[in-house]
Design a protein around this ligand. Structure first.
Ligand code: HGY
Ligand code: MN
Ligand code: MN
Length: 416
């Protein structure tokens, strides 16, 4: 396959402007974004993305999980399309670039090919995967998980948010439940550009991360049950304080991750304490442990240790412990040919680059199960993400998008 010439570049300013235009929809309170999945803000962002895509001549398909597939025809309609994209949903206190960069870089590729009147043999499909974050409705990478067959659509539809609303009802309510069965599309390849969400590339002075693997993930939802009673009049020896179970398990999670350094991480980000009243001893604590490692045996060992030790800690506190896995995927190894296309593109374009393992989960981790897949990463300032202060430079955004452009065009094959 002929690789695109090193002079094939794109309009980084137009991409940058698009990123900041969509950030006006579902703004956070500190300059970032709060466009959570299947909210009205998500619907509004989808509409703007749809308009931009249709202005670029793309035709839209939407599946039953609401994932948006925006197609640019190739010269060979029978050729399997090259998919490129990420997610437009954000964390409640998210940044402007997490997910959005990858979707809009895909659109920028189309805009650039249109400007240069370049046709490709394979069609190109720009994709917005529904509910990558899993913040409002677990699990993360929900729609790409249904697409890859690792999450059932029924389970996904039934997942509830903190207000008891189900994902399926909310998707229907915002009018983005499509009619296309999920997972029937066949792909030549899938490419995703994403900010690193960690400090490695910036610290090493690299423009591009060539992602060879991702970390595996386990989300273990734990419930510790004690007894609600008065914080003032209940004698200390009589208390069954679920909050102490939460506290000791929080420390246990940290200890397990530290005992598995440098190839593991662990924390508890989601906590609900009931009844959450200032003068009632917590009767129940529900929280989610997030363990990750790129070594599967290590990840499994961490979960086993938690499930062995947490009940004993709770027994000593006279509270009960239950747990269930609410999200999981094993460490993915991306497609070597697609990874090589990205590495060669960075080389050809003169961008500094290094191989890297993705610390965060991405839709590419699931799509990798059903199609040749690879990821490009760009640095982010101080490695900060899932924080409204998340920041990248226009240069990093442009570099990542140009590497993505070359990998996509090379795989989609320039036609005449
Ligand atoms: O949790 C993750 O790794 C992703 O950012 N949703
Ligand atoms: Mn993301
Ligand atoms: Mn994220």
């Amino acid at each position: 396959m002929a690789a695109p010439g090193e002079n094939l570049r794109l309009n980084g300013d137009r991409l940058w402007d698009s990123i900041h235009a969509i950030a006006e929809i579902g703004p956070g309170i500190a300059g970032g974004s709060n466009r959570q999945t299947v909210t009205d803000e998500d619907a509004e962002g989808r509409k703007l993305f749809q308009k931009w895509c249709e202005d670029a001549g793309l035709t839209m398909g939407v599946d039953e999980m609401g994932t948006m597939f925006m197609r640019r025809e190739g010269t060979d309609p029978q050729a399997l399309p090259v998919y490129v994209g990420s997610h437009l949903d954000t964390q409640p206190t998210g940044g402007r670039y997490d997910g959005v960069l990858g979707v809009l870089a895909g659109l920028e590729i189309v805009r650039t090919l249109n400007d240069m009147d370049i046709k490709t043999r394979h069609p190109i499909v720009v994709t917005n995967w529904t509910n990558e974050e899993g913040a409002r409705f677990a699990p993360p990478m929900m729609a790409s998980g249904v697409f890859a067959g690792t999450v059932t659509q029924e389970d996904a539809y039934s997942r509830k948010d903190a207000d008891g609303k189900t994902f399926g009802d909310e998707l229907q309510r915002i009018g983005w439940k499509g009619d296309e069965p999920v997972g029937e599309r066949k792909m030549r390849a899938f490419f995703e550009l994403h900010i690193e969400q960690g400090p490695i590339l910036e610290a090493n002075g690299k423009d591009i991360g060539v992602v060879t693997h991702g970390q595996g993930l386990r989300w273990i939802q734990c419930t510790v049950t004690g007894k609600e009673s008065h914080t003032g009049s209940t004698p200390m020896p009589m208390r069954k304080n679920a909050g102490r179970g939460l506290a000791q398990i929080t420390e246990l999670v940290h200890e397990i991750a530290m005992d598995n350094q440098p190839n593991a991480v662990g924390a508890i980000g989601h906590v609900e304490v009931y009844p959450n009243s200032r003068n009632i001893i917590p009767g129940k604590a529900v929280f989610t442990v997030d363990f990750r490692s790129h070594e599967l045996d290590r990840l499994k060992g961490m979960v086993e240790r938690l499930e062995a030790e947490a009940p004993k800690l709770c027994e000593a506190l006279e509270v009960s412990f239950e747990s269930e896995i609410v999200g999981q995927f094993d460490p993915p190894a991306f497609d070597e040919n697609c990874v090589a296309a990205i590495r060669n593109a960075a080389e050809r374009l003169g961008y500094s680059h290094q191989d890297i393992i993705s610390g965060a989960g991405h839709d590419a981790c699931w799509v990798n199960r059903v199609a040749p897949t690879a990821m490009v990463m760009c640095p982010c300032v101080d490695g900060l993400s899932h924080n409204e202060a998340e920041d990248i430079s226009k240069e990093w955004s442009t570099a990542g998008a140009e590497v993505l452009l070359h990998a996509v065009v090379e795989t989609a094959e320039i036609a005449g």
